[in-house]
Write a protein that binds this ligand. Structure first.
Ligand code: NAD
Length: 424
């Protein structure tokens, strides 16, 4: 059952075809109205733009970019923009659909969108990136806006790129419009708590999973793959609430201590030296070994396709919290389910980021900014209620948490569509 529900493509499968198969699977499960099912298969809007950019050497280069809005039944569209050489329209379509489901499962008043530009940001200068961003923003400005479609960072786009988008859009309309994009720096309307929001969300749903399974925090051990934005914050916050984080890694490898690591010291070492594996008084392990450690919680927060049919039989954790997008392969999904390992799926586990993006948009619209504790309290409230709703759906349909998250999401989007009716 879980096989049909994973994000992962297992090879070169077209991601949009995978997304459509997932939708078909859920549609059958919830006996979805065939007309609504048909509507949800297609993105509402797709914009392809070919635009020139002046390079530093004076030459011109034409780039191709996309912005796809999958569904707007629940509100304006929300979703990131990625800069990558391998971006395709089908990938952007699929990711826009995932955003529709992710916003719906969190009950945010948004539809889903995604954007991308085919480029290699690693070989572009900062000035070239700025010109590319401003021209791409201009090209897609006919469909974005605070009430239409609100972009955010994704692969190889960051707060600086969001600032250029905000500035370009604002120049067009003649006044500052911070709410056109989220993930901005604080000085132009960013939100407190945004940087650690995804890791905090992972921590909150992990605590909910442990509560559900009746596991005490002081007997919980955690292994975290990745120590970046998501993994680093999740590890620190889980250690702060009393869990023992026994392992953490980066691209060079992992470190392990059975009594628990001093996570703030590990993160300080990483920011000072760029790595963690040369820390003193710890065992060095490989990323593969980390995944198979004897621990209560495994939190993959680095790359996709880390838990596969090969290593899934050896995973010892009771809970897997998917901090990364798509860290579990479809075949591995089934193995974990058979082994009764409780998996909190990415669409729920890492949705803390988009949730605080929503808070950023709300604050920008109101021009009234919240304290960090208010952001964190509201995030906790949304993460815990979404977890409870997904769990209740899993119990109602006697299914796994990933399938349940999709059931809940598709049902919410379908209800909005049915309630609104078809225009005219
Ligand atoms: P990041 O770049 O800050 O950190 C990535 C971490 O992974 C780093 O510690 C890096 O050393 C480690 N890493 C890289 N290659 C590795 C390897 N081969 N083995 C083990 N570790 C390796 O990225 P991030 O923002 O923390 O994102 C991590 C994952 O979470 C991605 O899948 C991303 O799509 C997903 N995600 C992030 C957010 C967010 O708000 N940042 C939101 C939703 C999902």
């Amino acid at each position: 059952m879980a096989q049909e529900m994973s994000h992962k493509t297992d090879g070169k499968q077209n991601l949009y075809q995978v997304a459509l198969k997932q939708l078909d699977y859920v549609a059958k499960l919830i006996d979805l109205d065939p007309g609504i099912h048909e509507i949800l298969k297609y993105p509402k809007r797709e914009l392809t733009v070919n635009f020139p950019v002046r390079m530093d050497d004076g030459s011109y280069k034409v780039f191709t970019g996309y912005r796809v809005q999958h569904n707007l039944a629940r509100g304006p569209a929300k979703g990131g923009i990625r800069y990558h050489p391998a971006v395709t329209l089908d990938e952007v379509r699929a990711l826009a659909m995932f955003m529709t489901w992710k916003c719906a499962v969190m009950n945010l008043p948004y539809g889903g969108a995604k954007g991308g530009v085919i480029c290699n940001p690693k070989i572009l200068s900062s000035a070239e990136l700025e010109r590319l961003t401003r021209r791409y923003t201009t090209e897609i400005s006919i469909i974005i806006g605070p009430n239409y479609d609100i972009p955010a960072p994704d692969l190889y786009t960051n707060p600086q790129v969001m600032s250029w988008i905000m500035d370009t859009y604002s120049m067009h309309v003649g006044h500052s419009v911070p709410a056109v994009v989220t993930g901005k720096p604080m000085c132009i309307g960013g939100s407190k708590g945004r940087l650690e929001a995804t890791g905090r969300g992972c921590m909150i749903v992990t605590l909910e999973a442990l509560k559900h399974l009746g596991v005490r925090l002081d007997e919980t051990t955690v292994a975290v793959q990745g120590s970046g934005n998501v993994g680093g914050a999740a590890a620190r916050l889980l250690s702060e609430v009393g869990c023992k984080v026994i392992a953490i890694s980066d691209s060079q490898g992992g470190i392990y201590h059975p009594k628990g690591l001093d996570i703030p010291a590990v993160l300080k070492h990483k920011s000072e030296t760029g790595g963690i594996v040369d820390m003193k008084n710890v065992d060095v392990i490989s990323n593969e070994e980390l995944l198979e450690l004897d621990c209560t919680v495994l939190l993959p927060a680095a790359l996709e396709s880390q838990i596969t049919e090969e290593n899934a039989p050896r995973i010892k954790a009771r809970v897997v919290t998917e901090g990364a997008n798509g860290p579990t392969n479809p075949a591995a999904d089934r193995i974990l389910e058979d082994r009764k390992i409780f998996l909190v799926p990415d669409i729920l586990a890492n949705a803390g980021g988009v949730t605080v993006s929503y808070f950023e948009w709300v604050q920008d619209l109101q021009a009234f900014f919240w304290q960090e504790n208010e952001v964190n309290e509201r995030l906790t409230q949304i993460m815990t209620s979404s977890f409870a709703e997904v769990l209740a759906t899993a119990q109602k349909y006697n299914t796994d948490m990933r399938t349940a998250a999709y059931v809940l999401a598709v049902d919410r989007v379908a209800s909005a569509g049915l309630q609104r009716g078809i225009y005219p």
